[in-house]
Design a protein around this ligand. Structure first.
Ligand code: XMP
Ligand code: MG
Length: 176
């Protein structure tokens, strides 16, 4: 375990197993539909990579960077990188590392709905329900997590720890 990590919350093996279940459900729900997986950069990349291996219908990948998350506080949001395709009439599944206040994802959902996507839903690896400030729900949730700052499997603290092969709790002394 990394020295800055207090505890492992979700192991890499548990994430893989959950991705098998989610992938099977997504494959069933979107059978016969044109599905675009929209990964939110940068945190969703490891989860998107694992999840997509367990989806057995044809899917397309695209990415958006809407994060202006800085440190441990969720705040301002801006579109830094946009999609590379027209999504009108297409089904979109936004892939995210963690749903916390919900501000990021509600902004992204509004934006994509304005572009006349056939549907826009969310698949989040982690759901920190206690953090919610905006009324928004993910259609697919990997794991519920308590209101603690988590790192690893894409999740960062000041851009660090994204490569950890598990989700862990960051030691308080690392951000205090
Ligand atoms: P909101 O609050 O808009 O935030 O739902 C979603 C984004 O905030 C980041 N975030 C975290 N990042 N550990 C992290 O490494 C956390 O505990 C955490 N909580 C929120 C994350 O980038 C997510 O996309
Ligand atoms: Mg993020």
């Amino acid at each position: 375990m990394h020295k800055d990590c207090k505890e492992i919350l979700v192991s890499g093996e548990a994430i893989t197993k959950r991705c098998e279940e989610l992938g099977a459900q997504i494959s069933k729900d979107y059978a016969g539909k044109e599905l675009i997986l929209v990964g939110l950069l940068k945190g969703s990349v490891p989860f998107l990579a694992e999840l997509s291996k367990h989806i057995d219908i044809d899917v397309y990948f695209d990415y958006m960077d809407v994060s202006s998350y800085d440190g441990v506080m969720s705040g301002n949001i801006a579109v830094l990188t946009d999609l590379t395709q027209d999504v009108a009439g297409k089904h979109i599944l936004i892939i995210e590392d963690i749903l916390d206040t919900g501000k990021t994802l509600s902004t992204v959902m509004d934006l994509l709905k304005e572009r006349d996507a056939a549907s826009v839903e969310i698949c989040t690896m982690l759901d920190k329900k206690e953090g919610r400030q905006v009324d928004i729900q993910a259609k697919y949730v990997g794991f519920d997590v308590p209101n603690v700052f988590v790192i690893g499997y894409g999740l960062d603290f000041n851009q660090k720890y994204r490569n950890l092969p598990y989700v862990g709790i960051l030691k308080e002394e690392c951000y205090m």
